[in-house]
Design a protein. Structure first.
Length: 214
């Protein structure tokens, strides 16, 4: 077996979180009296952390509201992060099969750490992933590799033993920066071209296709 561990992105890879992120951001925009955005726009607003999401969804000439909007979003999303969120089809089965093969599993996400841990444990249980790492003040957002490397270290594997799975160019760049093998997925928020441009070595159209690359 080439890989000893699989480290996943969260939003757009394990969980479809787009509706809850979009609803929370649009709630803030409504409260502030600004135009909202449709769901497809949020596919390109998310992926670089919540501060960047807020920057992107605010009107360009209203960036002075960024700090207030960020605070409002964080408060609202903490309550509504699981309203519509759900695992993608076959993801629970994939995780079960990977564990049966003896692989170690981890998560690295630009979602806030406390929310990431809560969401992952609620949908997948507490004993599936050896390490769940969200964004906090000690690491920079992906594609900076520090958080991803800390997950690998925590679960006890070297970078060249890791298959990293994500749905965006940022994820593929993260894998490259960390020395992981990058696998892009097509059921998430971004396109095949973006994944390949970001450095994807493999592409999976469906979750169970990932087993071919293990």
């Amino acid at each position: 077996m080439k890989f000893k561990a699989v480290i996943f992105d969260l939003d757009g890879t394990l969980l479809n979180t787009l509706d809850d992120l979009a609803d929370s951001a649009n709630h803030v925009l409504c409260e502030l009296g600004f135009p909202t955005h449709d769901i497809d726009a949020y596919k390109y607003f998310v992926g670089n952390g919540i501060p960047k999401l807020i920057e992107r969804c605010l009107p360009k000439d209203k960036q002075e509201y960024h700090e207030k909007a960020l605070s409002m979003f964080s408060e609202y999303y903490a309550v509504h992060s699981k309203d519509k969120t759900a695992p993608y089809k076959d993801i629970p089965e994939l995780l079960k099969l990977l564990l049966e093969k003896g692989l170690l599993l981890g998560v690295i996400t630009n979602k806030a750490h406390n929310i990431a841990v809560s969401v992952v444990e609620d949908y997948f249980g507490k004993n599936v992933f050896g390490c769940i790492r969200g964004l906090d003040s000690s690491i920079k957002a992906k594609p900076d590799p520090l958080g991803a490397l800390s997950v690998a270290e925590k679960i006890g594997v070297k970078p060249d033993e890791v298959l990293y799975i994500g749905d965006s160019g940022v994820d593929m760049q993260t894998a490259k920066n960390a020395g992981f093998t990058a696998l892009g997925v097509l059921w998430g928020f971004r396109t095949r071209d973006e994944l390949l441009d970001g450095g994807a070595e493999f592409i999976a159209e469906k979750p169970l296709d990932i087993l071919k690359f293990i």
